[in-house]
Design a protein around this ligand. Sequence first.
Ligand code: ADE
Ligand code: ZN
Length: 351
Amino acid sequence: MTQPSFDTIVRNTLPQLVATSPKAELHLHIEGTLEPELIFALAQRNGVTLPYADVEALRAAYAFTDLQSFLDLYYAGCNVLRTEQDFFDLAWAYFERAAADHVVRVEPFFDPQTHTDRGIGFDVFMPGFIRAAEKAKQDLGLSCDWIMCFLRHLSEEAAFETLEASLPWRGHFIGVGLDSSEKGHPPEKFARVFARAGELGLRRVAHAGEEGPPEYVKSALDVLGAERIDHGVRSAEDPALMQRLAHEQVPLTVCPLSNVRLCVFPDLAQHNLPQLLDAGLCITVNSDDPAYFGGYVNENYLQLVHAQPQLKASHFYGMLRNSLQASFAPEADIARWQEALDVHWKAAAAH
Ligand code: ADE
Ligand code: ZN
């Protein structure tokens, strides 16, 4: 059945309609939701001294020039996360924000090596994450499944050790991903560990084409077996790859505010998301590390509405629908959420 175009919806009603639509968040690093206020609260609770006088001074340091300049601060911020309660508080604060943005499904990334390398084991962070997700399901009706990421600046051997250490928790995450410094760390480096994850029945995703070249997107698909590409915006440099992504409808989890903050694009008006949509790709909108990049998922959508006037209502409807479709949730849940989305938009179009 073809969907109504929804382009009769007047533009000034779009922000509210998009904000209140059911949506999935598919590219969200839980450690990237660590707000400066929580960093200070946890530092005090755990007796950690921070090299910043106050929250404002820390926030002022969030002036990034590229991915690495962000990662340096992001990993440093994680140092305040010490106890199971800390990880619970981190995740719960995010889930409350997500529910306020009408997120019905989230597949958060977590970075075990950022914690295990500090002596904080799976037995500390996993119970915190699991307890927060159970409460989110119970109290907020939020559907959540975790994705464990390997840090690509570390070795494949270290990734294998992480996979091994995760096995007692196998029932508590659905997939693996690949993040951290992209340039110089091609997907091929992790071919064997991703193959093993596939044998274990884990879903596979990978960051590619954020700062790295389109070749990394191809090898994430062909060598790692990635089912979704996280970012992928540099695919636009390779017409054959664009045709393939459109043909295979590989979902791209695009993070507009992240791309601007990390200087992938000079500003939101020059982001290539419209080009990706015009080429027929399956695009979703996500927030990446919202505590660092200036907004959670609704803020990403809303700033796009304002910065990209050529994007029509049907584009936003399509991206919301894609977010649900591209999730790893049970099909019956996806169908239910998409039905709720359609009811919401048809009501808006009727006015
Ligand atoms: N880890 C957290 N955010 C990331 C990003 N945008 N790219 C790569 N690794 C990350
Ligand atoms: Zn990311």
